[in-house]
Design a protein around this ligand. Structure first.
Ligand code: SAM
Ligand code: SF4
Length: 319
């Protein structure tokens, strides 16, 4: 379905849990999600029904995210069920990778052919610091496990943080020389937990090109997402720049997001949400709810105007 600004919306990102086995400082508070604030997850039945309705409107790409999607009970079964929905051409997941050694094989067998893994540093101590308790070895084993079962492409998501990992830009770029992975630098966004954190830690992705001027732009015949791709000559992998702040890509936006507790966010950078359960109780079908959500997509986000700070943390939205 096209929205009011002529953008074809074919991509649904679903946060399947707000819980996580890490506590990245820009994403979640240290104490995690307090039990009384932990909102009821959408059930698998509701998720499947929503996706099926979405396919009638041209949704053909699904990303499962979180929180950490691999901590949700039954995640492999959910992947399998979504993979069988007619009309879904691309099913993927964003994960911190910690549980991939345990689940990669089952996920691949269930139909998950590709995965994005988050990694902000190659330094053990810094990894522990940014995730508040994670172990670098675990995520590296997760990347290897995904490669070993043949998931492809594997994309590494790296949030660029001033004074934290800007000194590792070259290391990340060099990781693509021998590894067939896409390393994608993402600009730090000020929302929820990170609103204050991001204020003096944001740097533009232009720093990547300054640090590694040898990167050559990759011409993509058909752009499939917001990343602009570059490559070192002869490298097996590529380097992507995702610039939500410095060069917003609203005119190309093709997605809607579903939060853990069943709210559709037409735009990541707006607190406006559509409450699926409430509208269901009022008698709307999933199809009608999705039409409403796509119809409510704003033309562009207002982040750079500093209009207001977003309330929700990323772990409820999924990135
Ligand atoms: N737990 C999984 C993971 O870390 O990959 C999936 C959920 S996480 C919220 C999805 C992505 O959002 C991660 O790559 C994370 O680094 C990114 N993210 C979280 N907070 C962010 C922020 N304030 N700005 C930019 N990216 C953010
Ligand atoms: Fe968890 Fe992902 Fe948020 Fe880190 S970015 S706290 S791994 S949900």
């Amino acid at each position: 379905m096209k929205d009011h600004y002529g953008r074809r919306i074919n991509y649904m990102r679903i946060s399947v849990t707000d819980l996580c086995n890490l506590r990245c400082v820009y994403c979640m508070p240290e104490e995690g999600v307090q039990k009384h604030l932990h909102k009821k997850n959408m059930s698998f039945e509701e998720i499947i029904a929503l996706i099926k309705a979405g396919t009638q409107l041209g949704i053909d790409k699904i990303r499962l995210t979180g929180g950490e999607p691999l901590v949700r009970n039954g995640i492999v079964e959910l992947v399998q069920a979504i993979g069988q929905i007619e009309g879904i051409k691309d099913l993927t997941m964003t994960t911190n990778g910690i549980l991939l050694p345990k689940y990669a094989k089952d996920l691949k067998n269930a139909g998950l052919n590709r995965v994005n893994i988050s990694l902000d540093t190659f330094d053990e101590k810094k990894y522990h610091q940014i995730t508040r308790w994670g172990k670098l070895d675990d995520v590296m084993a997760g990347i290897e496990a995904a490669m070993a079962v043949g998931m492809s492409p594997i994309k590494i998501n790296t949030v660029l943080i001033n004074g934290f990992n800007d000194d590792e830009i070259k290391k990340f770029v060099n990781f693509t020389i021998d590894n067939p992975v896409d390393v994608r630098f993402i600009e730090l966004m000020p929302l929820g937990e990170s609103s204050n954190y991001a204020q003096n830690k944001y740097i533009s992705n232009a720093e990547v090109l300054k640090a590694v001027p040898e990167l050559l732009a990759v011409l993509e015949p058909e752009k499939t997402g917001p990343a602009e791709y570059y490559q070192l000559s002869g490298a097996k992998g590529r380097v992507g720049l995702i610039n939500p702040i410095s060069k917003h890509f609203c005119s190309e936006c093709n997605r809607i997001r579903v939060t853990t507790d069943g709210k559709i966010k037409p735009c990541l950078h707006s607190d406006f949400e559509i409450d699926i359960l409430k509208l269901r109780e009022e008698g709307l079908t999933y199809l009608q709810i999705l039409e409403k959500a796509i119809g409510a997509k704003p033309e562009r986000h207002l982040l750079e105007d500093n209009e207001k700070q977003m309330v929700r943390n990323m772990n409820e939205i999924g990135g």
